[in-house]
Ligand binder design. Structure first.
Ligand SMILES: Nc1ncnc2c1ncn2[C@@H]1O[C@H](COP(=O)(O)OP(=O)(O)OP(=O)(O)O)[C@@H](O)[C@H]1O
Ligand code: SF4
Ligand SMILES: [Mg+2]
Length: 376
């Protein structure tokens, strides 16, 4: 009984063990904003799945559409200035074999029952998400009051249990404290406690560790990973940090200028990237053990184009070292990648006319799927 019960017992299921089907199935998601310069499409035709116990990383430079994608799933975008194009679908798998719920079409009354209970989100800066005038215990209890049938006593017990679960020392005392009395790392843990207190099937974490120092960042990531295993939560992790992706994700979706440009397992993406943008992102991360100042890190020239001034043809064409004349003629589709995934059952796709070629992955069984370590 998900919403009212204590967390399920720990299990040792390996990461990304696929359940019967995806928990979340996004198809042809296109998100538009009405702006002074007309309607802009911030995310165009994005399709992806997330399964129980799996962590999907969404990466890409600033302005690529990562947050818009996640807020569209939660239906948290401003109603007056944004809309989903017809044909967009965001299917949340039905419980106990029931029908899927299409969040793209669900009315606000239904969405209110889904947000926090079945899909929860952790934002980058906890101070802007936590209410400064209420204690953290009160704020966790609010979610329980709204989404569960627990009585007051059981709710208070659950608040303490959640604070303990996210490893906040002395949870009974901390529950009575205000956000400003906690450190940044502890506030982020409280946000995770709020997000997970109703045991959502999907957790979307948008840059959850960016504002934290490296040690606390590692602790928060380990905590999320631990909770994923215990509660079988599907996690969508949005980050700029490929080192973080290498540490905790199972699959990766690379976005550029509102488009999904490559998808695959972490091993696929890190060892055999097909899209020149993915390869360029990987080149620009520091390698563990590399000598400092030995050479400057390569950077991707130029910036992500404005949505109102996209280059003709491939959106990456004005920054791509592999560009050819044909790249300006039309936009490539997202198609099956030339090399199959090194992970069984994982689809690989790339949006490029001239993808980078690699030797086929080692035969199953010998597959080397662990990505190279990068400094987080
Ligand atoms: N309310 C809005 N009105 C108009 N355009 C918007 C709005 N919100 C986002 N956008 C545009 O949508 C695009 C994608 O923004 P988004 O916030 O998803 O980027 P992001 O990938 O999350 O970047 P970052 O890494 O900086 O958080 C950007 O061009 C942004 O300007
Ligand atoms: S389609 Fe052409 S410009 Fe675009 S990423 Fe591929 S090679 Fe580069
Ligand atoms: Mg963002």
């Amino acid at each position: 009984m998900r919403p009212t019960n204590a967390p399920s017992q720990a299990d040792d299921r390996p990461a990304a063990a696929a359940g019967p089907g995806p928990v979340l199935r996004v198809r042809n998601l296109s998100v538009c904003f009405r702006t002074d310069r007309g309607v802009v499409t911030a995310v165009e035709d994005a399709s992806f799945d997330v399964r129980a116990s799996e962590t999907l990383g969404i990466v890409g430079e600033s302005g690529c559409g990562k947050t818009v994608t996640s807020k569209a799933i939660m239906r948290l975008l401003p109603e007056r200035t944004s809309f989903l194009k017809p044909g967009s679908s965001i299917a949340l798998a039905g419980r106990s074999g029931g029908p899927d719920l299409d969040l793209a079409r669900a009315p606000e009354s239904v969405l209110r029952g889904v947000r926090g209970a079945r899909i929860a989100m952790v934002f980058q800066e906890p101070m802007t998400s936590l209410n400064p005038v209420f204690t953290v215990g009160w704020q966790i209890e609010e979610a329980l009051k709204y989404h569960t049938t627990l009585d007051a006593r059981a709710r208070r017990a659950r608040v303490v249990e959640m604070l303990r679960l996210v490893e906040i020392p002395n949870p009974e005392r901390r529950a009575g404290e205000y956000p400003h009395q906690l450190s940044g790392g502890m506030r982020q843990r409280v946000m995770i406690a709020i997000a997970l207190c109703c045991e959502p099937e999907v957790l979307i974490a948008d840059e959850p560790t960016t504002a934290l120092d490296v040690t606390i960042q590692a602790q928060i990531l380990a905590l999320m990973d631990n909770l994923r295993r215990r509660l079988s939560t599907a996690i969508v992790l949005i980050t700029h940090n490929l080192g973080v992706v290498a540490q905790v994700c199972d699959r990766v979706m690379v976005m550029y200028a509102g488009r999904v440009v490559e998808t695959g397992s972490v091993g696929d993406i890190f060892h055999r990237p097909h899209h020149p943008y993915t390869a360029a992102l990987l080149h620009s991360i520091p390698k563990a053990g590399a000598r400092r100042h030995a050479q400057r890190l390569p950077v991707i020239p130029g910036i992500v184009p404005s949505l109102t001034d996209l280059p003709p043809g491939c959106r990456f064409s004005d920054r791509c070292a592999s560009r050819r004349d044909a790249c300006g003629a039309g936009e490539p589709d997202l198609t099956d990648a030339p090399t199959p995934s090194d992970s069984p059952g994982v689809a690989r796709a790339v949006r490029c006319f001239f993808p980078i070629h690699h030797a086929a992955p080692p035969a199953a069984g010998n597959a080397h799927t662990s990505p190279p370590r990068a400094d987080p």
